[in-house]
Ligand binder design. Structure first.
Ligand code: 5AD
Ligand code: SF4
Length: 534
């Protein structure tokens, strides 16, 4: 019998991408193949995002399109996963009879078996798996037990990645920013046991992963109290978030009965040296201790990169958003981060990324100008800027009028995007003349196209697991080969492989590149020395 195939489309954040990879891994183990063609797949999965309405609209239009397909092919199984499944629940089942299975983010561990069953039996009944956030926090350990298993049982083979992988450290969020649906869909903040995280990093490194991005909604709140550990089924359980809220001082329990975020970073850095690049997203602008900044500063393989959303440059707006900090406190933090981490003279400038919401409830022109001023001051390398989108179930939706007209929201959003574009350009140009540490990932896209056109040359393509299969090494390159890599701050750099070197010997190393020119997206430079910085 032919193996059944699964089409999986992911919307939204990196957390969803990781969830999708884990679900797909489990389905592969159950004997399914992945398909990139929704027209032919037996199971169609949509891992959805509810953060903004337009992400939800896209999913609704996909489901609308599926009606005809399902009529002609009633045996296909359609499943909606993620935040929309949690938020939209019963409503969605009514509106879209094509949907067979709904599965919220906290129930994903049960999904593969359920899908397998639906695909085999074609029972025809709609099934909804949703978690209830209050129940989850009351019986936390038990509810999280099986979900933790999904991360723990992650199958990593050298073919499953391109050298880079996500590792979850925290689920959920306790912040309840008034505009945000995440605490409602993903539930309370829960920290994974540090041993599980370090083991996962080791297994990924063994499979050839060289770059790990730690994931959490508020990663710097990571805190695991060992005395409080609960063991179920022989496995230490994730723990409800009790973050240290002592400003930028040190957590007094650090390194003793508690694993703090600083301790966790140091453990991964020191215990898994094969990971060349360790980064983490997303940071919360409060409760970011000097201890974390010191660990980043003193650990060569931790990236000088912080994604630290401000959301607005106006105190009045931040207050309505329930962000818990002022603009001055935010700016203090980024100054502190720069004082610790910004070292362009050794090729390690600190790069910051941000998020901004334009046109939040009650935002005036003055507030908007304050956000402009914040962008100028923060000098983000890039910033995700979106119009405010009211989300049912959030405090802002219930209590604050969405009173900025759509055209004003759009204008402010575009205005901020244009400003950020010019800041990003300036930051790129500021790199000219600097020698930056670049992690060499492979030959550039331009080079691939050239190779394809001439179809003759054979070269080592990229670092990491999957492409390694395709690795073929140049014997005698006739002309220089353009290589590509990224700085730890995520700037893309291209440079020519020297005539007496082969691409294969440069790939996977971190090398100093002197930047000669810069465009918005790419910098171009020259290899300054063949000896790796670390
Ligand atoms: N409208 C617009 N943007 C939002 N974000 C979260 N909720 C909303 C909303 N209701 C943005 C924030 C957050 C990012 C993940 O998405 O900037 O940092
Ligand atoms: Fe949403 Fe705020 Fe939590 Fe970020 S910190 S996920 S914006 S509630």
């Amino acid at each position: 019998m032919n193996r059944k195939t699964v089409y999986l489309e992911t919307f939204g954040c990196q957390m969803n991408e990781l969830d999708s990879q884990l679900v797909m891994g489990e389905l592969r183990r159950l004997g399914y193949d992945e398909s990139s063609d929704p027209e032919r797949a037996d199971i169609l999965l949509y891992n959805t995002c509810s953060v903004r309405d337009n992400a939800e609209q896209k999913v609704r239009s996909r489901l609308g399109e599926l009606r005809i397909r399902k009529e002609s092919d009633p045996d296909i199984v359609v499943a909606v996963l993620g935040c929309m499944a949690e938020r939209d629940g019963a409503d969605m089942l009514k509106r879209f009879p094509v949907v067979d299975v709904l599965c919220g983010p906290a129930e994903l561990d049960k999904l593969p078996a359920l899908l397998d069953n639906a695909a085999r039996t074609g029972s025809g009944a709609q099934i909804a798996l949703q978690g209830d956030a209050s129940r989850r926090s009351a019986t936390l350990a038990a509810a999280q037990d099986s979900l933790e298993m999904l991360d723990l049982s992650r199958a990593v083979s050298p073919h499953d990645h391109d050298g880079s992988a996500y590792v979850r450290i925290t689920r959920g969020c306790n912040k309840f920013c008034t505009y945000c649906v995440v605490p409602h869909t993903r539930g309370a903040e829960i920290h994974r046991p540090p041993d599980h995280i370090v083991d996962e990093c080791k297994r990924l490194a063994d499979a050839g992963v060289v770059e790990v991005t730690l994931l959490g909604q508020t990663v710097n709140h990571y805190r695991y109290e060992h005395g409080a550990a609960i063991t179920l089924g022989g496995i230490e359980q994730p723990q409800k978030g009790r973050s240290y809220q002592g400003g930028h001082r040190r957590d007094p329990f650090a390194g003793t009965t508690t694993t703090t975020f600083a301790d966790l970073l140091k453990r991964i850095h020191d215990e898994v040296p094969a990971i060349q690049r360790l980064r983490f997203v997303t940071s919360y602008p409060r409760d970011f201790g000097d201890d974390v900044l010191e660990v980043i500063r003193d650990s060569p393989r931790i990236c000088r990169y912080l994604h630290i959303p401000a959301q607005s440059g106006s105190d009045a707006v931040l207050k309505r958003m329930n962000r818990g900090y002022t603009v001055a406190e935010y700016l203090d933090f980024i100054d502190r981060a720069r004082a610790f981490l910004d070292q362009p003279e050794i090729g390690r400038p600190l790069m910051l990324a941000g998020d901004i919401i334009a046109g939040f409830c009650g935002e005036t022109e003055e507030d908007h100008n304050a956000t402009r001023a914040l962008l100028e001051r923060a000098q983000y390398k890039n910033c995700f800027i979106f119009k405010y989108s009211p989300r049912p179930g959030t405090t802002a939706y219930d209590r604050l009028p969405d009173d900025v007209p759509e055209d004003v929201k759009r204008r402010r959003c575009n205005d901020l995007l244009a400003l950020q574009q010019s800041i990003s350009d300036t930051i790129s140009r500021a790199q000219i003349g600097r020698t930056l540490e670049v992690f060499v990932q492979g030959v550039s896209q331009r080079e691939r196209k050239r190779q394809k056109a001439s179809a003759g040359g054979s070269i080592a393509l990229t670092v990491g697991g999957r492409p390694a299969n395709e690795t073929r090494v140049v014997e005698k390159p006739t002309e220089s080969i353009q290589m590509t890599g990224r700085t730890e701050g995520d700037l893309i750099v291209v440079f020519d492989c020297p005539a007496d070197a082969s691409p294969a010997e440069l790939i996977g190393r971190t090398l100093p590149i002197r930047i000669d020119s810069a465009s918005t997206l790419t910098m171009s430079g020259t290899l300054a020395s063949r000896s790796a910085a670390y």
